[in-house]
Design a protein. Structure first.
Length: 567
């Protein structure tokens, strides 16, 4: 293995299983020799006596040096590195690491490698998923996409065994679906643009870079109906550059024109900006610490009939189901048995649809223990379906955490890796909504890089490592505020209801509110809860299309607020 140079090549992970050899050779036949990238080939192989066989075959299809991976070796550009049979390969700080994991039945060696590839190369990573009869590569592709990498799946029609690439496509992860021989040309473009992006940001070349960004965000507001102005500029810029690379567009002005004329690209940019990638028990230790907090600190003192949870930014649902499992295990451990209501929300309608199905690929075996799989899932046709014991406790809905109404009387809010993508003002807005929604001494869990500032005086830390906090007694939101204040800002609505109009929280009112919230979440439709006089009590979703506050003193009657033609 060569010594590592000072350059940073694009790292290409090629995963294949049954029927993958011909696809790999076709890929290498068309890969330019001079392209500055390192190709790692990970294929399911059964016999250690074949250690040199695959590398020997591949060497006939490329001028690059083909090497069998060695533990502790450095990798260099313009080489092809082949994982040896029976060994799992990972990357760590510029070196190759091998383990015996691949000898274990059901081990997803491609997933494991692509996850390490994503962490190692960030925006310099490419995942190529070829023919195979399982779903290995899907979870790894999620990680690569989250880290601004490129995902290419073999077109299922061209694959001898289409299950593996089709899984990536069905999960909405594939940026490109191509035949193997067509992939290298796109990787070459991606590699060049990735190198250029590291040297200069496309926004720095503009006379008014903010104006260019605002044009794109304005197009998304008009075409998709969502406002990303609260997201950090760096996050937005990197995602835009990624989309430009995919379409081989060199200038920001040309990309603005392309998005304006192409609604489907606007949708894809929207989904890229959401960074809706997740997995079960992401940061396993953090979830174990959450369970311990619930067992030791919260559930023994819980006296309510309902345990209410909000999981904003739930993506395709893995985190919400993880929270449901942890709560069920904590309930069993404490002997306290409230009704669990979990409200899981996200902006992406496609992700919410997938989350509601509660069906996941076999790859979740990498993140969910055998005991939990047996207890909480049913295996059917090579996939896992969540059992009603956890699925029945979760209601999924579309929601913008920065502007739509929060939920109330919450015992737990699990808001992990949402704040890190938002500007400080938007972070404060979200935390303010959480503060409003939490019960007295309610629990908040954030991501590893997030904190409760600027509301640190309202929370006490229960676990610094896992970023778990508890609302201090008497510190719940004391403003004269109702859900109406949090009507969708995208529509331009900015209305406050008078404090005296808030209904009394009688047991009957609480039950009506609970059932209304669940109905609204399940339908995911824009809606308004009104009293018998037609005065709005609760707004949900994008209601600005239908209602607008009239000039003058604030009024909450829906007839008076209805837009022309609706009243």
């Amino acid at each position: 293995m060569k010594e590592k140079t000072g350059t940073e090549p694009v790292l290409v992970g090629v995963g294949a299983s049954a029927g993958g050899l011909s696809a790999i050779t076709e890929f290498l036949d068309n890969l330019p020799d001079e392209e500055h990238c390192t190709v790692f080939v990970v294929q399911h192989q059964s016999n250690d006596s074949e250690k040199e066989m695959l590398s020997g075959i591949l060497a006939k299809h490329t001028q690059r040096e083909v090497l069998v991976a060695e533990d502790g070796a450095l990798y260099d550009a313009n080489t092809v590195v082949v994982a040896p049979p029976g060994r799992a390969i990972n990357l760590s700080e510029g070196t190759i690491r091998l383990s015996e994991e691949a000898t274990l039945p059901g081990t997803m060696i491609i997933d494991n490698f692509l996850r390490s590839l994503a962490a190692e190369a960030d925006g310099r990573s490419v995942a190529v998923v070829l023919s195979g009869a399982n779903t290995d590569g899907t979870l790894g592709s999620r990680a690569v996409k989250e880290n601004n990498g490129l995902i290419i799946a073999q077109s299922p029609d061209s694959a001898s065994f289409p299950t593996m690439p089709k899984s990536v496509v069905d999960e909405g992860l594939a940026d490109l679906v191509l035949e193997p021989g067509d992939m290298p040309a796109h990787i070459s473009v991606f590699a060049r643009k990735a190198a250029a992006a590291r040297e200069k940001n496309v926004f720095t070349d503009q006379t008014h870079p903010e104006a260019s960004r605002e044009k794109l965000l304005g197009i998304l507001r008009n075409k998709i109906g969502h406002d990303f102005s609260a997201y950090k500029e760096n996050t937005v810029d990197r995602r835009i550059q990624r989309r430009m690379s995919l379409h081989r567009i060199d200038t920001l002005a040309d990309y603005v024109t392309y998005v304006r004329q192409n609604t489907e690209e606007a949708r894809e940019l929207f989904r890229d900006l959401l960074i809706g990638v997740t997995n079960f028990f992401r940061d396993f230790d953090a979830f174990e610490r959450l369970k311990r907090v619930l067992i030791d600190e919260y559930l023994p003192h819980h006296r309510g009939e309902e345990f209410r949870v909000w999981v904003p930014g739930c993506a395709t649902g893995e985190e919400a189901y993880s929270v449901a499992i942890v709560i069920q295990e904590a309930i069993v451990a404490t002997g306290v048995h409230p009704t669990v209501s979990i409200y899981a929300t996200d902006l992406d309608d496609r992700a919410i649809t997938m989350a509601r199905r509660g069906v996941f690929s076999k790859n979740i075996e990498a993140d969910v223990s055998k005991e939990r799989l047996s207890r909480y899932f049913t295996e059917t046709d090579g996939r896992y379906r969540a059992k009603q014991s956890i699925r029945g406790s979760i209601a999924f809905a579309i929601q913008d955490v920065t502007s739509d109404p929060p939920f109330s009387r919450l015992d737990l809010v699990c808001c992990r890796n949402v704040l890190i993508y938002l500007k400080p003002t938007a972070q404060k807005t979200v935390l303010n909504r959480i503060l409003y929604g939490l019960n007295g001494e309610g629990v908040l869990m954030l991501g590893n890089s997030e904190s409760v500032a600027p509301f640190s005086d309202a929370f006490e830390s229960l676990d610094k490592t896992a970023r778990i906090y508890r609302l201090k007694p008497g510190r719940q939101h004391t403003h004269s505020v109702t859900e109406l204040e949090f009507s969708s800002l995208r529509s331009g609505v900015s209305t406050k209801a008078q404090p005296e109009q808030r209904p009394e929280e009688t047991p009957q009112a609480l039950q009506i509110k609970r059932e209304t919230e669940r109905f609204i979440l399940e339908t995911a439709a824009p809606s308004v809860l009104v009293n018998k006089n037609g005065n709005a009590l609760y707004f949900h979703g994008h209601t600005g299309k239908y209602f607008e506050p009239a000039p003058g003193p604030a009024r909450t009657n829906v007839v008076e607020m209805a837009r022309k033609g609706l009243s």
